[in-house]
Design a protein around this ligand. Structure first.
Ligand SMILES: [Fe+2]
Length: 286
């Protein structure tokens, strides 16, 4: 067994784990340690100094569930952002090679939970920092357990039992998806899912608020006006600084999050300070 140690990144949120090397296959004790830590840390785990290959990254991802590998075929609009020969690896970058974008530049520049519009929503993602700017380009995470816990009892009572529609079409209207899906709103509107507003995490058993400004279209049991106002309140509440961990990237950081209890936001303020290039894999529910 490797000697693992951990420290909190924020109060009751996020954990940095040291003493592990992802360039080698992991032993089952270490896998169990990290799987448990992923639940205990409210979804955010950090590992510094992991100079890994795409193969290592895919192997690491497989320890936590299925590995999404439909990159080249599932969504033609985004297919060219996947790494050559690795349909599991999505490239996030502002870089251009021969004038062509290396990866998706404006990925996630708004609060969201990845693919919330998918009825089989992936559990999480794992990012590897291959190139980072000298300043900026942080990623922020919201702890949606803490956001739920901090609500008043009358508000919890009102929200428990409500459901919301999440759709890609909502994101096309509100976010950087507008660029890729312009004129394809019909296609985007086919991608939607209904989730409880208060979602019980399948592993922790804890309740998390599950609405996000990127994809949540409306609360189905409320009138449109009521839904608009309640969602605005919940978006404001759940992005309070008290519930946020802001990650400042170092080269070869590996960072993972859990879509069922986190939102995240990529801060696009770095472009005068160098290039940013990350590889991302996606963990399917197991
Ligand atoms: Fe994202």
């Amino acid at each position: 067994m490797q000697k693992l140690s951990s420290r909190s990144l924020a109060p009751d949120f996020g954990m940095e784990i040291s003493g592990i090397d992802f360039s080698k296959p992991l032993e089952s004790d270490d896998i169990n340690f990290i799987r448990n830590a992923w639940v205990k840390a409210s979804g955010v785990l950090l590992f510094r100094g992991q100079d890994i290959t795409p193969q290592d990254h895919v192997r690491l991802t497989s320890y936590f569930g299925g590995v999404y590998d439909k990159g080249a075929t599932a969504n033609p609009v985004l297919a060219h952002y996947y790494a050559d020969g690795f349909p599991q690896i999505y490239r996030v970058s502002n870089k251009k090679i021969n004038g062509k974008p290396l990866g998706r530049e404006d990925a996630g520049t708004y609060w969201h939970s990845d693919s919330a519009w998918d009825p089989a929503q992936p559990r999480g993602s794992i990012l590897h920092a291959i190139e980072i700017p000298s300043a900026g380009g942080d990623t922020m995470f919201a702890n949606m357990y803490q956001a739920y816990d901090a609500l008043s009892e009358p508000m919890k009572k009102m929200l428990d039992g409500l459901t919301a529609e999440h759709s890609l079409a909502a994101a096309v209207l509100r976010t950087s998806y507008a660029k890729e899906f312009s004129g394809k709103l019909d296609e985007a509107s086919k991608k939607n899912a209904i989730w409880p507003v208060v979602r019980t995490h399948p592993y922790s058993g804890r309740k998390a608020l599950f609405v996000n400004p990127g994809f949540t279209a409306r609360i189905l049991e409320l009138s449109q006006t009521e839904s608009d106002v309640v969602l605005e309140l919940l978006f404001k509440h759940s992005t309070s600084p008290e519930f946020i961990y802001r990650h400042s990237w170092q080269l070869h950081d590996v960072l993972m999050w859990d879509n069922y209890c986190n939102m995240h936001y990529a801060v696009a303020n770095y472009k005068a300070h160098g290039d940013r290039f990350l590889h991302r894999t996606t963990v399917l529910p197991d």
